[in-house]
Design a protein around this ligand. Structure first.
Ligand code: CTP
Ligand code: CA
Length: 224
């Protein structure tokens, strides 16, 4: 019995996970988006459920699929929809992990009809989206809050600033330095940085293995 429990260390815990890109409409047929595959977030969701957690997976448009009795998928399209869904579930969860590549900007106006080709240049006015993770950090009570950071320069300093700005407990810094890591790939090279700025560089490994490492941090939070 104790053995079974030790294999389901997250049984009874509720985890919110964001995944995938967001699409920000320009007109009825076009959007501003990014190349996030959703794989990292889906791998975290699967690992969490396999450890016994109840997972709410809030995902932007992706080809990823998951079928697990403990995973509820909430599909969203835009940053605003992801924001609303996150706030609907956040009060109720023990852990939140923001793996989504949320658009930072969206078109200020969405054309109601398909925009016709006309002049030689065309300008789209963008406005900032809400920072979902920062908004969760602001209203955080007991939740263990994990964010990601994608940086190409001053990686550690920028990631530390995000921990403070968004009131995180842990940040997963994605290194694009390494070939084989990041968008569209099956592998990731990450560095963990915690609230106390303890830095832990990890080896290049599969996203599945990175997901397991992240959940080991979650387990350590509850048991250490
Ligand atoms: N994030 C979010 N909502 C946004 C933008 C980002 O929840 N509107 C989350 C991401 O899911 C990620 C973390 O914030 O967990 C960091 O995202 P990142 O793009 O690295 O940082 P930004 O704060 O957007 O800053 P910048 O892109 O300028 O580096
Ligand atoms: Ca960003």
């Amino acid at each position: 019995e104790a053995d079974l429990e030790s294999k389901l260390p997250l049984k009874g815990k509720k985890i919110l996970i964001t995944a995938g890109p967001t699409y920000e409409a320009i007109d009825p047929v076009r959007f501003v988006g990014n190349h996030s595959s959703g794989k990292m977030g889906f791998d975290i969701a699967e690992s969490a459920a396999n450890l016994g957690a109840s997972v709410v997976l809030i995902s932007g448009p992706t080809h990823c699929k998951i079928k697990h009795p403990l995973v509820q998928v909430i599909p969203v399209v835009s940053a605003q929809e992801m924001y609303d869904a996150c706030h609907q579930y956040y009060q109720d969860v023990d852990v939140a992990i923001a793996a989504a590549a949320v658009a930072d900007y969206r078109p200020k106006n969405i054309a109601s009809q398909k925009i016709k080709k006309a002049s030689d240049d065309f300008v789209i006015h963008l406005e900032k989206t809400k920072d979902i993770l920062a908004s969760l950090g602001e209203i955080k009570k007991d939740q263990f809050l994990i964010g990601f950071a994608l940086e190409t320069e001053n990686e550690i300093e920028n990631a530390k600033a995000k921990i403070q700005k968004k009131n995180l407990d842990l940040i997963v810094l994605n290194s694009l330095q390494d070939e084989g890591a990041g968008f569209g790939k099956n592998t990731n090279k990450v560095t963990f940085i915690d609230r106390e700025f303890k830095i832990e560089p990890m080896d290049l490994k599969s996203k599945k293995a990175v997901a397991d490492d992240i959940l080991n941090k979650v387990i350590a939070h509850f048991y250490d």
